[in-house]
Design a protein around this ligand. Structure first.
Ligand SMILES: NC(=O)c1ccc[n+]([C@@H]2O[C@H](COP(=O)([O-])OP(=O)(O)OC[C@H]3O[C@@H](n4cnc5c(N)ncnc54)[C@H](OP(=O)(O)O)[C@@H]3O)[C@@H](O)[C@H]2O)c1
Length: 274
């Protein structure tokens, strides 16, 4: 497991409890260093690459850092996996799409990344695919979960603290509990699947819509302003429609992903039990 210290990586490691897992955090294995990746993945059967430069706005000013982790790092993982005869599961993003189409995006929709982060992740997908081998590209989106450093992971605590927030009421997203994604990724890891898979919670909403349901479950009043995407004045462009169709999961008989509301309830139950 590369990137085992991140939000998704930690949840996958937890879901693999009982299996022998080499959980490599960044200081143990820098994905942009081929020698370290080779050493870290030596003699494993499966490599899961969750390591990435994930600061979408920061990437606009740091393209080299983004490409080193997201393109070169992805290629390093693919090379090392091939040399070890291991399967690679490489994690990518909904941001490879421009979000201009009205319908959900399936795995065969044409990418058109809008930002440096998105282009660097698309480059990683291309390099993994061109290296060949029995790799799976798994696009995820809208992740949140315990210990996550991103805004959606902090939203529960921000609402509980009564912070005044501005939330996007336009972008169509599928908020995805990291554990729900991790469970599906573990199922894919133990299958013989290859190709590209979309993994996200079912249904769709906006981040403001997610906050409404989250606040309702927590018994809190609305404490945020709902604003259109442009008023957030983010540095990097984001796709207005990020909704996935899970065509590959359906074609290959994997069960449906939980809806985002069902996953949110599970997340809140787990958070309350901690
Ligand atoms: N979060 C989302 O909503 C979302 C949406 C779409 C796609 N994804 C994709 O899902 C995957 C997992 O993301 P996440 O949400 O778990 O992000 P995350 O919490 O930021 O985790 C990424 C991890 O990668 C590590 N990392 C960064 N550069 C590295 C390098 N050069 N070598 C080794 N490790 C490095 C980071 O370490 P440091 O913290 O020390 O930098 C961090 O632990 C990524 O591929 C991301 O692009 C995430």
């Amino acid at each position: 497991m590369l990137g085992a210290g991140g939000l998704l990586g930690r949840h996958i490691v937890e879901e693999l409890a009982g299996h022998p897992v080499r959980a490599l955090v960044r200081r143990a294995c820098d994905i942009s260093d081929l020698a370290q990746v080779r050493e870290g993945t030596r003699d494993v059967d499966v490599v899961i690459n969750c390591a990435a430069y994930t600061n979408v706005d920061g990437a606009e000013a740091e393209p080299d850092a983004a490409y080193r982790a997201n393109a070169l790092g992805a290629e390093n993982a693919a090379r090392a996996a091939l040399e070890s005869n291991a399967r690679l599961l490489h994690i990518s993003t909904d941001f490879v799409f421009d979000g201009a189409q009205a319908d959900p995006y399936d795995e065969f929709s044409a990418p058109n990344p809008l930002s440096v982060y998105a282009r660097s992740k698309w480059a990683g997908e291309e390099l993994v695919a061109r290296r060949g081998g029995s790799s799976i590209l798994i696009r995820v989106q809208g992740l949140y979960g315990a210990g996550g450093g991103n805004f959606s992971s902090k939203l529960r605590d921000l609402l509980l603290a009564g912070k005044s927030l501005k939330l996007d009421c336009e972008r169509r997203v599928q908020p995805t509990w990291a554990r729900a994604a991790a469970r599906q990724i573990v199922r894919l890891a133990s299958s013989d699947a290859i190709g590209t898979y979309h993994v996200s919670c079912a249904g769709e909403t906006t981040w403001a819509g997610f906050a409404r349901v989250l606040a309702e479950r927590l018994g809190l009043p609305q404490s945020w302003a709902e604003i259109p995407t442009r008023e957030l004045q983010a540095t990097a462009a984001r796709p207005p429609n990020c909704v996935f169709q899970h065509r590959m999961l359906a074609l290959h008989g994997f069960g449906p992903m939980p809806t985002w509301q069902v996953a949110l309830d599970e997340y809140l139950a787990e958070a309350a039990a901690r």
